[in-house]
Design a protein around this ligand. Structure first.
Ligand SMILES: NC(=O)c1ccc[n+]([C@@H]2O[C@H](COP(=O)([O-])OP(=O)(O)OC[C@H]3O[C@@H](n4cnc5c(N)ncnc54)[C@H](OP(=O)(O)O)[C@@H]3O)[C@@H](O)[C@H]2O)c1
Length: 328
């Protein structure tokens, strides 16, 4: 392989919400990229990239395919999770799959001498009666940090952007239901972040060697409860909504209810809904000194996501309009 033309960056999860967007950000900077795509998926991009990425087919549950994908790579983005499925058993199996995938990745990385891993995981403390989804995200971060490659772990709460699972759940619920009685977790505090800022941090981590072998919390400028966020969405859209939390509304029940209302599969809704009981607020903001950014307000992030939905495949349900509040 010619070292001047070989790709130096591997993106795992390039068909996903974050991975696909990251490809465009890396392309803007002319990085040479290889994508690990899980068959039978294909990398369908909305617009062509300037530098066509190399595609390798593989699966993080298949160790040999990871070694091939990492050959000649210096830095790998780990943007994969295994949530999904429709049955309760499938929903519960994601932790084991994620553990295996991360361990396979570290083993292969050690064999080929990978230098850095950049992983986007979740916020939430183990002490706070943490959900299995958030515990699994922390576990993956620990496994990825246990090898010889220096891992940068970025921990985020819900990411606001068109096509993100958390954002889409909120969007469908608020668009479709004028009155919402929800589990009490809607009062849990969280620090959502705009997808544009997440991408800047992901690229910034690549370009900032001081972020290697460290963990950083990344968050937007506001700490909000989920009910605040849903009310903000309604306000931005000019919708009148009544949203309140009630006791005795169990996660499993709300999962099936949410899966009925939204197109997001129950295998993703269940672990995410369970995670909402855990506060997801940044413990520290060291990243801001290393990668200084203008953080996007959540109402603006919602508007950006809506504007993108209108152009893209996720057509909105009703007549679109986006009302940003006036700050004067
Ligand atoms: N979305 C959010 O709001 C949010 C918030 C905080 C943190 N994060 C973190 O951000 C990262 C990316 O999440 P996302 O929202 O982009 O997820 P996503 O849209 O669901 O994408 C997941 C990606 O993982 C790939 N994948 C799953 N299992 C795989 C395997 N065994 N081998 C290879 N690829 C596999 C999927 O490929 P297929 O297309 O083949 O299924 C897909 O490309 C995750 O670590 C997540 O925890 C996301």
């Amino acid at each position: 392989m010619n070292p001047t033309t070989s790709p130096r960056i591997l993106v795992t999860g390039p068909t996903g919400f974050i991975g696909k967007r990251l490809l465009y950000k890396l392309d803007e900077k002319d990085h040479r990229v290889r994508c690990l795509v899980r068959p039978p998926e294909e990398l369908n991009l909305a617009a062509p990239l300037n530098n066509k990425p190399e595609i390798v087919y593989g699966d993080l549950l298949d160790p040999d395919s990871i070694e091939k994908a990492l050959d000649g790579i210096e830095v790998a983005y780990y943007l994969v999770h295994s949530m999904g499925g429709k049955s309760f058993r499938e929903m519960k199996a994601f932790e084991e799959r994620d553990r295996k995938a991360a361990q396979n990745f570290v083993n292969a990385a050690d064999k080929v001498g990978l230098k850095r891993i950049i992983y986007l995981g979740g916020l939430g403390e183990m002490a706070d009666n943490i959900s299995s989804h958030l515990a699994s995200r922390q576990e993956v971060g620990k496994i990825l940090s246990s090898g010889r490659a220096k891992a940068t772990v970025l921990r985020a709460a819900v990411i606001i952007g068109a096509g993100g699972a958390g954002f889409e759940i909120m969007r469908y619920l608020v668009e479709r239901l004028p009155i919402m009685l929800c589990p009490k977790w809607i009062y849990t505090r969280s620090q959502p972040i705009a997808v544009e800022n997440v991408l800047d941090y992901l690229v910034g981590a690549l370009e900032t060697p001081e972020t290697a072998a460290d963990t950083f919390d990344i968050g937007g400028p506001e700490v909000l409860s989920y009910v605040d966020l849903m009310r903000m969405y309604a306000r931005v859209r000019g919708l009148k909504r009544i949203i309140m939390g009630v006791p005795f509304f169990y996660t499993l029940l709300s999962t099936y209810w949410v899966a009925l209302i939204t197109p997001v599969p129950s295998g993703i809704v269940f672990p995410l809904a369970e995670g909402l009981r855990t506060p997801a607020v940044c413990r520290e903001n060291r990243i801001q000194a290393l990668i200084p950014l203008q953080l996007i307000n959540m109402d603006q992030a919602i508007c950006n996501a809506l504007a993108e939905e209108e152009k893209g495949p996720g057509k909105l349900l009703s007549q679109q309009s986006c009302f940003l509040p006036s700050y004067d």
